[in-house]
Design a protein around this ligand. Structure first.
Ligand SMILES: NC(=O)c1ccc[n+]([C@@H]2O[C@H](COP(=O)([O-])OP(=O)(O)OC[C@H]3O[C@@H](n4cnc5c(N)ncnc54)[C@H](O)[C@@H]3O)[C@@H](O)[C@H]2O)c1
Length: 312
């Protein structure tokens, strides 16, 4: 049994990860500040099952201001997922992005160094690559939005703490994650909501933008592999993507089929910072860690629809 810190534990992916760790018999200390980027009620629901588990402890705290040494003391691993995660808001609220994504990461790394934590897993994003994110991990990094820039700052802080102080780092670059609990600002969530409520959907761009979306349990599989195969993961950076590449138009068609209704579309030009094509090159994580994302997009969307129906 390991003692695991999960930051952003009340969020979409952090709550799934916490549940998976508890199910494997680990002790989890979840932290989250309920940053009001989207309503707190979603995050409280995400935590509901966890709060009944003896192996889960929760601390409502802000990584930017709290004493982190006390929190991380004695941990075997830190999974750092807390962040301001949506891309669009990063143009208008840079202060929150720079403080939650860069400054908070630096404070957590300081605590990890001081407490000699054996493994620090930093969850990053395909947005660090920039407009196209289709290559391997050593592709050029040219983030195209303030969000991507602040997440890359987090990666580079990890590298600086690794190089100067020997903090044992692994970096995971997630590619668009979806499934139950997906954030309400994310495209699939909005698409499904529009279809369920019979409301028009604003489509930015021509709908031909492609993604290799990752079902939440597949992103958790990758994250657990990085933890469980620590010796192979140390010092490495891995892309984490799904097994299928689909365009927004293809997803719309699948959703129309699953929900049994045609989507009304309000077409708008692509937005600043929007990536055109992201297709995770997952060759490295498959080869080194044995990652095998196995959720079909159609099945993943079906699960997300069921969850969104339960919200209303
Ligand atoms: N969802 C995706 O498709 C996706 C894709 C690539 C990368 N990521 C990364 O995965 C991680 C989790 O994303 P998510 O979609 O679950 O987002 P989320 O917003 O649901 O979860 C992040 C959580 O972090 C918390 N948080 C933010 N700043 C904090 C602070 N200063 N102190 C304490 N808690 C704080 C928030 O309150 C939130 O609950 C993020 O690091 C994000 O950059 C997500």
């Amino acid at each position: 049994m390991s003692r695991c810190i999960v930051t952003g534990a009340a969020g979409f992916i952090g709550s799934h990860l916490s549940e998976a760790l508890v199910a494997r018999g680990h002790e989890v200390i979840g932290v989250d500040a309920f940053i009001p980027y989207y309503p707190r009620t979603y995050k409280e629901q995400n935590l509901q099952g966890l709060l009944t588990q003896k192996a889960f402890q929760f601390h409502e705290l802000d990584l930017r201001t709290s004493n982190l040494r006390d929190v991380v003391q004695g941990a075997d691993v830190i999974f750092h997922l807390a962040a301001m995660a949506g891309l669009m808001k990063s143009w208008s609220d840079f202060q929150s992005y720079s403080s939650c994504n860069a400054e908070a990461t630096q404070r957590l790394l300081d605590a990890a160094r001081d407490e000699s934590i054996p493994h620090f897993i930093y969850v990053s994003t395909s947005s660090v690559y920039g407009k196209q994110a289709t290559g391997p991990e050593d592709s050029a990094l040219a983030p195209f939005s303030p969000y991507g820039i602040t997440k890359l700052a987090g990666e580079q802080l990890c590298r600086a703490y690794e190089a100067n102080f020997g903090v044992p780092i692994t970096i995971l670059r997630y590619f668009s994650v979806y499934g139950p609990r997906q954030r309400p600002d994310m495209a699939y969530h909005i698409l499904i909501r529009s279809l369920l409520n019979g409301e028009p959907f604003t489509m930015f761009g021509d709908g031909e933008q492609t993604r290799s979306n990752t079902f939440c349990t597949d992103s958790i599989q990758a994250t657990l592999l990085a933890f469980e195969k620590r010796d192979r993961a140390l010092g490495e950076v891995f892309n984490v993507g799904g097994g299928e590449i689909v365009s927004l138009n293809q997803v719309r068609e699948m959703l129309e089929d699953l929900i049994g209704r045609k989507l009304e579309i309000d077409r708008q030009p692509a937005r600043p910072g929007d990536q055109k094509h992201t297709a995770a090159n997952t060759e490295k994580i498959r080869r080194v860690l044995g990652y095998n994302p196995d959720t079909k997009v159609y099945d993943g969307l079906k699960a997300q629809i069921e969850w969104q129906k339960s919200l209303s």
